[in-house]
Design a protein around this ligand. Sequence first.
Ligand code: SF4
Ligand code: SF4
Length: 440
Amino acid sequence: MLYAFLIFGSLILFFFFSAAIISLREKETRASYIFFTAGFLLSVPYFLFYVFEVPANVFVILIFFGLPALIFLFLLFPFDPVAKRIEISPRPSHRFDERDIMFSRRRLKPGTARFEDYYRAHPEKKVLDDEWRRKPGLLNPKSRFYDPVWFSASESSFDTVEILHPYVNGVADKNRQNFDPQKITAFIKDWLLRSGAHSVGVTVLQDYHLYSHLGRQEPYGAEVLKEHRFAVAFTAEMDKETVDHAPLAPTVLESADQYLKVGVLAVKLAAFIRRSGYPARAHIDGNYRLICPLAARDAGLGEIGRMGLLITPELGPRVRIGVVTTDLPLITDSYKPDSTVIDFCSRCLKCADNCPSKAISFDDRKFEQGVLRWKINPEACFGYWSSAGTDCARCMKVCPYSHPDNLLHRTTRAVIKRNFFARYLAIKMDDVFYGRKRLP
Ligand code: SF4
Ligand code: SF4
């Protein structure tokens, strides 16, 4: 029996100290300290029993072995009646007009006919937009978190993405290759993953993936036509350590760099498909015809969470998305709504709590144009960006799903997907280990 105390105590010590070392490597000193302390405090009684050879009665055995085993089994047991009751949102039945997004409105120049026309049609947006227009603006030297080096590097990355714009589309080669859809889909996925993508999926291109009208490209206001049958969506990881600087200057450079990365991957994939004789278009920063998170979700890459971003299984919202649309026959992936993410977001609210502009809703999902979802306040969010000078990303930084994809967090993610109690415990524990409010 005494050896059981020694083995159990060692297991506890091993588990907690391993978690502490992983946290230390993640530079999460608070989590590391708590894991070390918990490991020490929880294992010491077992070692005391062993060292002093205390006789164990039934009560001691139940407390020291039965109780931990029961908790352990209860958390690991697949039991999730809650997720089954979560209402699944209907698919959108309308398209979103790109002219209404903040990046399109930002391009409107006061005094121009386009500016006047837009606000004549949307007078309710004028007051809101006047407010952020008075602020310095993204990557502006007068903004709050201005840093000459990081801002200039970010501008350089965004400029490089723009250099790619002429290559997003082109004419397909006249000689069409006959590919086996299974093989070419596997090849494309493997190629993108080897080129630095984190995840890749394929979906049938839906009407609602596409914008209704152009807002950032010419001809402004032109109707977006559905030209292709499939969309290949992929993600690139945003570096955790850099995102942890949010909302300071390094995050905006990380965003710019990952927009560039997915931009390069999308342009090269589209070029390859066109060389093979099929039409293909890359959708990259500033030059989209569709809403990337929707296409990525339907390609099975994640679920849309409270902050409106795609929550991927391994990296949460800490990704940038690239998409290529094409007529090349491909094998599609299936999207299964992830009720566990919706349930987690319903209770977590950490992004809403940490959002400096209060742009993220604390309420439950609501029906917006037939879609059950959380809607962020884009003017408030963009207003903060305009004074910060960066794209903020505090919501991304604090999201419990954003933790690195290592053994510790992979195990947690697997457990919270199967057991609602573990999910609720994980929300509380994330606050304990990493803090509820995470300041820059
Ligand atoms: S921080 Fe919490 S509520 Fe917000 S998206 Fe992440 S899991 Fe959902
Ligand atoms: S980016 Fe910043 S301001 Fe915008 S929603 Fe996220 S936390 Fe809020």
